[in-house]
Design a protein. Structure first.
Length: 574
């Protein structure tokens, strides 16, 4: 591509590269070895969430070099930078998890500030772990410069004594160990083989769910989200993305041209069809918010309700991301959904073509049982369900993929933190048939809306996964299975009904009707509300205090700023 095809008089980088007054700025660029030609080409930010915290992001630095080669080969000038990531698998089960959701917004903010400060013209965002994926996509929609998302890829499954395993098995083994079902030696062996390569958690947990979202929403190249991190084909996707970003720049195709209401509906459909993480119900409203689109939990839940569950993926099913990729990937899922009327085919994508055009050459693979045709689903209702009732006026969400029991009624056992609940589970201080309530773990109350995988996995390991239920104003991991309801709103910290519960109150959960209620009258709830007092935070300063002060409700994506609806001037148009 001829760099002269790009008129820098309309691009943000003109503010640092063009005209005599920018000579000092150019001197910095020459100091890094750039040529005059490179300085006067469009600048492409190549943002990664690389770090050494966990395998999820460890391959991103290497992959970024291939992206940069692709950009350069199409007469663009790549500029690499990193942002943070909090890896959930490491943060899970202790105070570190409070940083996870907050990191999503820090990622979006830091990418925005880097792009603004250096006036880059386009963005390729690379991420590998749960919150880094939506964080990167949020920044793309906020900046609205031509953008492409690249997933770092999933991890390969481990092998434990002849059977495939993931990190989910290790979390559940902790519960088995607590009741003496596996030995110290067994646990030690399992933890050493469960995660055998670079890449994000391998099943349809949050990272792979949001990778599917990136393709379904149109911000990622077809097939790019499915290839595992160690596969060499990832370099091809990275190089193609580097070249394609220059095409988007030439045609001025921007994220808000791609992320429309229809595209958001497509993304929610794919989350439900694949039995994806409940966190999709949190991140899709946040991405929509950046575009100025109202798309809350109830709207997401309505799509979940009408979507068939067709991909037999762990934790509720049998297969992992690698298996899905090898039988046809997300395009196979989307093609059958499109053919049977569940997707909008007229949405623009980063290929420069519509979704229907991208899928036109995809043929159904009859020699596999990972994905079912949309007219012959595993279940007719999506793998994720929204709930509402007097216990959750602002909604709640539950993952039902792989579950047989969709209704539950039982007495509440209340805990005011995850630690309290986990200790009760560890000591088996609960009764079959109870509903464990974990509250003050919402976006403000946590602060940070922690995931409860350690607790739910321990219960499952103890053989109690289908014998009781859990509800929380926090979140559940994409790896959670069992009757676990998260995102209950309003949260306890702002006086929501979940904060008014007492031990023994009878809670009714119906994932068929979509209801979550407590057997208390409105008058009794109001009486309790009058005597309720807000709790003092343990975080009166620092990043978590700042997050708690600005974060909104889970219903609207737990966002921290007013969003695209009030925007006066897009960064892309400065």
């Amino acid at each position: 591509m001829d760099a002269r095809a790009h008129d820098k008089s309309r691009l943000p980088s003109r503010h640092v590269t063009e005209g005599p007054q920018r000579a000092p700025h150019r001197s910095y660029l020459y100091a890094m070895g750039l040529t005059s030609e490179q300085i006067h080409q469009p600048f492409v930010g190549v943002a990664t969430c690389w770090n050494e915290a966990a395998p999820c992001n460890i391959a991103l630095m290497r992959q970024a070099q291939t992206v940069k080669k692709g950009v350069a080969s199409a007469d663009g000038t790549p500029r690499e930078f990193c942002t943070i990531t909090v890896t959930d698998g490491i943060a899970m089960g202790h105070q570190g998890m409070k940083a996870s959701l907050a990191s999503r917004d820090v990622i979006a903010d830091s990418v925005e500030l880097t792009m603004r400060g250096h006036c880059y013209d386009a963005l390729i965002g690379m991420a590998g772990c749960d919150k880094s994926l939506p964080g990167m996509m949020m920044s793309m929609c906020r900046l609205n410069v031509p953008s492409i998302f690249i997933y770092g890829g999933s991890i390969l499954p481990g092998s434990f004594r002849g059977r495939p395993v993931t990190v989910q098995d290790v979390f559940e083994a902790v519960g088995q160990h607590s009741v003496g079902n596996i030995s110290d030696e067994d646990l030690d062996e399992l933890e050493q083989v469960a995660c055998p390569s670079a890449g994000a958690c391998g099943a349809q947990f949050t990272a792979n769910t949001m990778a599917c979202v990136a393709e379904a929403i149109g911000l990622a190249l077809p097939y790019s989200s499915g290839a595992p991190a160690p596969y060499e084909i990832r370099d091809k996707f990275c190089h193609i993305a580097g070249r394609q970003i220059m095409e988007l720049l030439a045609r001025n195709i921007r994220p808000r041209d791609i992320v429309t209401r229809k595209a958001l509906e497509n993304a929610a459909t794919v989350v439900a069809a694949t039995g994806g993480s409940t966190n999709g119900g949190l991140h899709l409203p946040a991405i929509a918010h950046e575009c100025g689109i109202e798309f809350d939990l109830f709207e997401v839940a309505e799509i979940f309700h009408r979507t068939p569950y067709i991909a037999d993926l762990k934790p509720g099913g049998r297969y992992v991301a690698k298996d899905l990729y090898e039988v046809g990937g997300i395009p196979l899922v989307m093609k059958t959904l499109l053919e049977h009327g569940f997707l909008h085919g007229d949405c623009m994508t980063v290929t420069g073509r519509t979704m229907a055009e991208n899928l036109a050459s995809v043929d159904w693979n009859p020699d596999q049982d990972v994905v079912r045709p949309a007219n012959n689903p595993i279940t007719p209702t999506g793998g994720v369900v929204g709930l509402k009732g007097n216990l959750a006026p602002d909604g709640a969400i539950v993952k039902v993929a792989g579950m047989d029991q969709l209704r539950f009624t039982g007495p509440a056992r209340c805990f005011d933190s995850e630690e309290e609940a986990f200790e009760a589970v560890r000591q088996r201080n609960y009764r079959e048939g109870e509903v464990l309530v974990i509250r003050y773990e919402g976006p403000k109350g946590g602060p940070g809306m922690r995931e409860m995988l350690s607790t739910t996995a321990a219960l499952y390991g103890q053989g109690m996964g289908d014998k009781l239920a859990l509800i929380t104003d926090g979140r559940f991991s994409g790896a959670t299975r069992g009757f676990c309801i998260g995102h209950v709103g309003p949260e306890a910290a702002v006086g929501g009904p979940i904060g008014l519960l007492k031990d023994g109150d009878i809670i009714e959960i119906d994932a068929v009707a979509g209801t979550l209620a407590v057997q208390l009258s409105d008058e009794e709830l109001e009486r309790r509300r009058k005597s309720w007092q807000p709790r003092q935070t343990n975080y009166p300063s620092g990043a978590l205090w700042k997050y708690a002060e600005t974060v909104g409700s889970a219903r609207h994506g737990a966002v921290t700023h007013p969003g695209g609806a009030v925007e006066v001037l897009s960064y892309a148009d400065i």
